[in-house]
Design a protein around this ligand. Structure first.
Ligand code: ROI
Length: 167
């Protein structure tokens, strides 16, 4: 299967971490993504401090969003992001919604809607999770999310849930 195509696509990636120095994890992931072949960074959001969604007996999270231009196919981009997660010490456990050193999610890939076993785009929860939606809104305030609508409308309906933009 081909890993890349001739078309340049704008993709949005969500970053999250709540273990092993989350701020450093996010910064290091940003650098690793910028080094991927066929990927160049467009815009990186502020870092955000967020309360854990899911089990509460885990540390708070740092979240951010990033836009890139890429020649990689969605699956090739996903595999590259998973490799970065693994390099940064992510261990996939059975526990649902547990703590993690690094989570890299493809939030959007152009205007595509993708639903294959490993990948759902737009990302599940993109319109309801403040820690995904607000960083995305910061870097792409005009965005239209396929199947969900205008990002500004989604933000207006999404409570902050303790989300704080870091300075
Ligand atoms: N909660 C917050 N605040 N931020 C995340 O990135 C995050 N990621 C997850 C779960 C466990 C659902 N909770 C989260 O995967």
């Amino acid at each position: 299967m081909k890993d890349s195509s001739d078309v340049l696509v704008t993709a949005y990636i969500g970053l999250g971490s709540n273990l092993d120095n989350p701020v450093a994890q996010i910064k290091s992931a940003r650098a690793a993504i910028a080094l991927l072949e066929g990927v160049s960074e467009l815009t990186f959001s502020s870092l955000y401090h967020s309360l854990p969604m899911g089990p509460q007996d885990q540390p708070d999270y740092i979240n951010a969003a990033l836009s890139v231009e890429t020649y990689l196919t969605p699956i090739a981009l996903l595999r590259s992001l998973q490799a970065i997660e693994t390099i940064q010490g992510r261990v996939r456990k059975d526990e649902r919604w547990g703590a993690r050193t690094l989570d890299l999610d493809i939030l959007l890939y152009g205007d595509e809607e993708i639903d294959v076993p490993d990948l759902m785009v737009p990302h599940t929860g993109i319109s309801e999770r403040s820690f995904v939606l607000y960083p995305l809104f910061e870097i792409a305030p005009q965005l239209i999310i396929p199947g969900k609508g205008i990002i500004a409308d989604l933000v207006a309906k999404c409570p902050l849930d303790g989300l704080k933009q870091m300075v």
